[in-house]
Design a protein around this ligand. Structure first.
Ligand SMILES: *Cc1c(COP(=O)(O)O)cnc(C)c1O
Length: 950
């Protein structure tokens, strides 16, 4: 028997287990189970025709070989992306550590205190450096963050003045080109009118609701925007600034001018360029907008003992609660990268950041001096790290490329050079010699950096930042390593136990899939290098897009969206463009089932569509009669149906082909939410069921780790008629010929993590992918059978089977006073992360085991659930002092000198034997959400507060 087959490592059960499990389920073969699960009409008759699997060893060599096709030039292109130095201690202990990268979004705060603290650090860094009161725990990239600023300010204004909407938004012409493209895409469906110009010429009219400035400008010029912001305020125009985070160490923070929003990226805080991403963007604003801020914010609260604890704050703003009225469609963000960027600031501290920023600035000043000595004219009168030089760029470029150097060629006689943390004196000499060669002159050798400044006096930073203890305590590697480990131990991740999150597909993120992320030839490539320098990437991205197109049964794929929700938005925008191209721009109704994920309605609104909700019947299927009514009623204006398949209820609806036909008959397009693709790959596909577009969550089905809440990749795959509208990029050519403009800042979104999904597909091959789907379905049905009689499964298919996940009804336990959240918290005592709670049905949990779990782990989980069921039976609504209501139990409780609970310590913390050898301790007792929302605190305490406490 071959053992070098990756599928054997990815899939958790053995062939012997399979027999036993089929017996438990009561079916004779896997084929029979799949036959009973998938409706006949939608089964693929043939294999997808993907390649045979590659062994892990072969794949590692393959990635090494492909990486050598990426040319590692020195890139000084800038435009929001700069080479940066990832501290090795962070790279090894976070980026390469499954304890961090396999964590889920911190919904279960008691077992997520580590990453919550790391994110609080991130928010503090952003608040301090921007001079703002409040920051979120990351957005997808700088350009989408700028678009979020625009829409937030628009919404705030529209709410203030219901009538006479003010529609104009001013954008400085010094904004990054990718941001401008994205703003165009995002403003059009909302009716916002962009006016692009020079901020100095702007006439502050009452028809403007907001303005966006870039600080420093795209080619490096710094302006003092103080007067602009003050004048805007007088005219009731809100201001947003897109700022470079490192420059803010030396520059007046925009918060001190009184701006309303500051956005940007933290990429240069130790995050690899990765040919475009993933990187964590930030969004900082004033306290007054705390209910309007997009994305997740981490806040401080207390647990039931009054001990400080952290959790995600103000979730009532978010799409999973507010749906079409949410502040944004952000779900997955960039948590892992935010953790790394925050840790970069912890590692360097305020003094280290000042050293880095000053060194970068001195490098730019020294370069200017040397180029001026060559007789060149440097344009920027005040700058941080980017200078702009007048030179024949057509003459310069070939010489630069010969020396493996990239500059930004602004126009025929202008080039711009952005230096960074990694730029050495040797690099400076190379840059100067490229210029002198272009000019045919000799240049003097640079020996050391000049210490002059080119930052005008009025905007030099005076204020302190990062005075908190955490940024002043962990500057040695030993200390930082232990701090990272301390936080890691507070978090339950996949390296401890299974995380059976329905709809989120927490499967194995194999080490072999991850290795390439650590390699410089994948990590250190700027997104705007000429494509011929990134041949390795181009091969991987094309091949991945091709395979995803095959897997979905469509015609083409765009990898650009950085999350599932962003994919939804992109897909709907493509549908919108398609209708427009046919003279049917009036089609704006998007029908969405009541059970849909909250991102669906939130994305539809962003695409300028009106949401019409259709019912689900008592079996959890789309109520076809209701849908027929709604389709008939809106036939004229029907744009799309958004449908999740198998449904969010975990069922393969057999009416799906009738439904897609119905939508087409009425001129609509079918959008399939592909989050549940783990139940389809190799067995059926969206093309087969008649959909026109779907997004995939590569961070679910295709093995990109969840990262504690990001990164994500949400590619869209589309049918033939939608291909011309796929999203583009203003700098690097990509997308359809009538493309909808940019959806993300980078041409291929988060290219670096696409390598993971590429590895997943290549190492499993067609046969392994299909097998994975079958085993995912088997595992779900195995759990269903083991729990049957004790927990009711809410919905099943026609033959009584679950798909790859199932919903378990916990509402009957209310009789004993037990809520679904009590079960979720009690699972922590058993060493498990709760499944999805109360989605899509309140009072239920949704379990999705995936194919990667072993039979032993599935059994452990079932035993925990069955044991909890016995505890529920013993609970009573008259007495809430029970093991469920008091869960989770901490080590502090257990080792306390007093124990006043009516059950034993063993019952509390070691209810089953397996726990004695593998116990996970929740860091805090149950957290108080309401208290935290009432007393919003989103940064770490300053050092004085620690001093007082001590
Ligand atoms: C996860 C999920 C989404 C959103 O994906 P993000 O990457 O978090 O934006 C959308 N729909 C469903 C059904 C999902 O499970």
């Amino acid at each position: 028997m071959r053992t070098d087959v990756f599928a054997k490592r990815h899939i958790g059960i053995t062939d012997d287990d399979l027999e036993h499990m089929l017996e438990t389920i009561g079916t004779e073969s896997l084929d029979q189970l799949i036959y009973e699960t998938l409706p006949e009409g939608i089964r693929l008759k043939e294999n997808l025709g993907l390649e045979a699997p590659m062994s892990e060893h072969k794949f590692l060599a393959h990635m090494q070989e492909l990486s050598e096709k990426n040319q590692l030039f020195r890139s000084y292109i800038g435009l929001g992306y700069h080479e940066s130095l990832t501290p090795s201690v962070i790279k090894r202990n976070i980026l390469e550590n499954p304890g961090w990268y396999t964590a889920y979004t911190p919904y279960q705060a008691e077992i997520a205190q580590g990453r919550l603290e790391a994110l609080l650090n991130f928010q503090t860094v952003v608040s301090d450096l921007t001079g703002m009161e409040l920051a979120n725990a990351s957005l997808l990239d700088e350009s989408t963050a700028a678009a979020e600023a625009m829409t937030m300010l628009f919404d705030v204004r529209s709410r203030e003045q219901k009538k006479n909407k003010v529609l104009k938004f001013f954008v400085s012409d010094e904004i990054l080109p990718q941001t401008l493209s994205l703003l165009k895409t995002r403003s059009a469906p909302l009716g916002i009118e962009l006016v692009v110009g020079k901020h100095g010429d702007f006439e502050f009219g009452s028809d403007f609701f907001g303005a966006l400035l870039q600080y420093p400008g795209k080619h490096g010029q710094i302006h003092d925007y103080g007067d602009f912001v003050a004048k805007a305020k007088e005219n009731d125009i809100k201001t947003a600034v897109a700022a470079d985070i490192l420059s803010l160490v030396l520059l007046t923070p925009p918060g001190e001018w009184g701006v309303d929003v500051v956005v940007g990226t933290t990429q240069r805080f130790g995050i690899p360029l990765g040919y475009g991403g993933p990187h964590a963007a930030f969004f900082a604003t004033r306290e007054a907008y705390k209910r309007n801020i997009p994305g997740r914010i981490i806040g401080v609260t207390k647990d039931v003992d009054g001990k400080p604890a952290m959790r995600m704050a103000l979730q009532t703003r978010e799409q999973h609660i507010k749906r079409d009225k949410a502040t944004s469609n952000i779900c997955t963000a960039q948590v892992l990268l935010a953790v790394m960027a925050g840790m970069y600031a912890v590692f360097h501290g305020p003094e280290g950041l000042k050293y880095i920023a000053k060194k970068v600035h001195s490098t730019a000043v020294t370069l200017t001096d040397a180029l001026e000595k060559l007789g060149l004219y440097q344009v920027n009168t005040s700058y941080f790290d980017t200078i702009t030089v007048k030179i024949d760029s057509n003459a310069l470029r070939p010489i630069a490329e010969k020396h493996e150097v990239n500059f930004l060629y602004v126009d025929e006689d202008t080039a711009s050079i952005a230096v960074n943390e990694a730029t050495s004196v040797k690099d400076l000499n190379q840059i100067v010699s490229v210029f002198s060669e272009a000019l045919g002159k000799d240049s003097a050798h640079i020996d050391a950096l000049l210490q002059d400044t080119a930052i005008m006096e009025s905007i030099r930073r005076e204020s302190d930042f990062l005075q908190n203890k955490v940024f002043n305590a962990y500057h040695s590697e030993t200390e930082l390593m232990r701090y990272i480990k301390k936080l890691e131990r507070r978090d339950l991740s996949l390296n401890h136990s299974m995380i059976a999150l329905g709809s989120c597909t927490m499967k194995l993120n194999a080490a072999s899939e991850m290795f390439a992320l650590s390699m410089a030839r994948w990590g250190n490539i700027h997104p705007f290098v000429p494509v011929e320098q990134a041949k390795g990437y181009q091969i991987v991205l094309k091949e991945l897009a091709k395979d995803l197109t095959t897997i979905t049964g469509f015609a083409a794929t765009s990898l650009q969206p950085n999350s599932g929700a962003q994919g939804e938005y992109a897909g709907l925008m493509v549908i919108r463009a398609y209708h427009e191209s046919r003279g049917e721009a009036h089609r704006n109704i998007c029908i969405i089932p009541a059970s849909a994920h909250g991102t669906n309605p939130a994305s539809a609104v962003m695409a300028g569509m009106k949401v019409v909700v259709t019912k689900t019947d008592e079996k959890g299927n789309i109520d076809v009669a209701d849908l027929e009514d709604k389709v008939a009623k809106h036939s004229e204006n029907l744009a799309a149906l958004m449908v999740t398949y198998p449904s969010t209820h975990g069922v393969f609806e057999s009416s799906i082909m009738h439904i897609t036909q119905l939508i087409h008959d009425h001129g609509g397009q079918v959008y399939m939410d592909g989050a549940n693709m783990n139940a389809q790959v190799g067995l059926t596909h969206p093309g087969k069921i008649g959909a026109d577009v779907c997004h995939l969550n590569l961070h679910k089905t295709f093995a990109i780790p969840h990262g504690g809440g990001g990164p994500g990749v949400g590619p869209i795959c589309v049918a033939e008629q939608l291909v011309p509208f796929l999203p583009g990029n203003p700098i690097i050519e990509t997308g359809g010929e009538k493309g909808i403009g940019a959806i993300s800042a980078a041409p291929w979104g988060s290219s670096l993590v696409c390598l993971i999904s590429y590895g997943y597909i290549k190492m499993l091959g067609g046969s392994g992918l299909r097998r994975s789907t079958e085993i995912a379905i088997l595992n779900a049905n195995y759990i269903k059978n083991r729990l049957s009689g004790k927990f009711d499964v809410l919905y099943t298919g026609e033959r009584g089977r679950a798909a790859h996940e199932m919903i378990i009804d916990c509402r009957p336990f209310k009789k004993q006073g037990i809520e679904v959240s009590d079960i979720a918290k009690r699972l922590m005592d058993y060493g498990f992360h709760a499944p999805t709670v109360s989605f899509p049905v309140a009072g239920t949990i949704m379990i999705e085991p995936t194919e990667s779990e072993s039979l032993a782990e599935l059994d452990r989980f079932c035993e925990a659930m069955l044991s909890i069921r016995e505890e529920i039976d013993r609970a009573s609504s008259d007495d809430t002092d029970n093991v469920l209501k008091n869960a989770p139990h901490t080590l502090e409780m257990l080792t306390s000198d007093t124990w006043d609970f009516p059950y034993s310590r063993q019952k509390a913390a070691f209810p089953l034997p397996y726990l004695s050898e593998n116990k996970f301790w929740p860091a805090v007792r149950r957290v108080d959400d309401a208290y935290g929302d009432r007393n919003l605190m989103c940064t770490c305490d300053p050092i004085e507060a620690y001093a007082e406490a001590e």
